[in-house]
Design a protein around this ligand. Structure first.
Ligand code: C5P
Length: 214
């Protein structure tokens, strides 16, 4: 049996950092599935289509080349995140990206995936499922500091509004909404630094491994 770790949660909850460190710790490949939706969203915009054009977005998803996405700086912008959450609501986009993500999860030796629907849709049989969250104000502050450090100026209030809008859209959509899987462990990082959050995540994975005899 493979060690598959599913890390879900809202924007800026710390799930990406936790997933990357878990992957490093267990020597597993890591897929940040948000990058797939970000790449699709940006392609739709760049090609001059509307984000609510489901057929255009699905075509962009089908032609997506996943190699190199993690190195593409353009995908880290707020514009890409917003476009991602718009195209992510289209069922045809989600199904076009399904196989690629499921194949990643099923590779020999196991994998770590982070996103919104890993524990519910992509890898419902995952060994360990974490749902990482934090208060919206804390998430907005983290994202705001990251952007400031990179010289990008944005008002905190705008950042918070952006986070709330994205949460609402991701949790409220009909197709694979962001929701904690029944068997996922909730990790609230509101009052935690990254080290404490990672330690807690690792303990959750260790408990799940022991339960599965892995
Ligand atoms: O995690 P990240 O902020 O990069 O994700 C960008 C957007 O992509 C999310 O707001 C969400 O709408 C969408 N997404 C998704 N399912 C995933 C990963 C991301 O719907 N598994």
């Amino acid at each position: 049996m493979n060690l598959v770790i599913a890390v879900d949660g809202p924007a800026a909850s710390g799930k990406g950092t936790i997933a990357a460190r878990l992957a490093q710790t267990y020597g597993l490949p890591h897929l940040d599935t948000g990058l797939l939706y970000r790449a699709v969203g940006l392609k739709v915009v760049r090609d001059g289509h509307a984000l609510d054009d489901e057929a255009a977005a699905a075509a962009a998803a089908r032609s997506l080349v996943p190699a190199g996405l993690a190195e593409d700086e353009r995908l880290t912008t707020g514009e890409a995140g917003e476009a991602a959450s718009r195209v992510a609501g289209h069922p045809a986009v989600r199904s076009a990206l399904l196989e690629l993500q499921q194949a990643f999860a099923a590779q020999p030796g196991g994998a770590v995936l982070d996103g919104r629907d890993i524990g519910t849709v992509i890898a419902p049989e995952a060994t360990a499922k974490l749902f990482v969250t934090a208060a919206p104000e804390v998430r907005a502050e983290r994202r705001w500091k990251q952007l400031n450090a990179r010289g990008i100026e944005i008002a905190f209030e705008d950042m918070l509004a952006d986070i709330r809008r994205r949460d609402e859209r991701d949790a409220g959509r009909g197709a694979a909404p962001m929701i904690q899987a029944e068997d996922a462990v909730l990790l609230d990082t509101t009052d935690m630094g990254i080290e404490a959050a990672f330690d807690a995540a690792r303990r959750i994975v260790e408990t799940a491994r022991a339960r599965h005899g892995l």
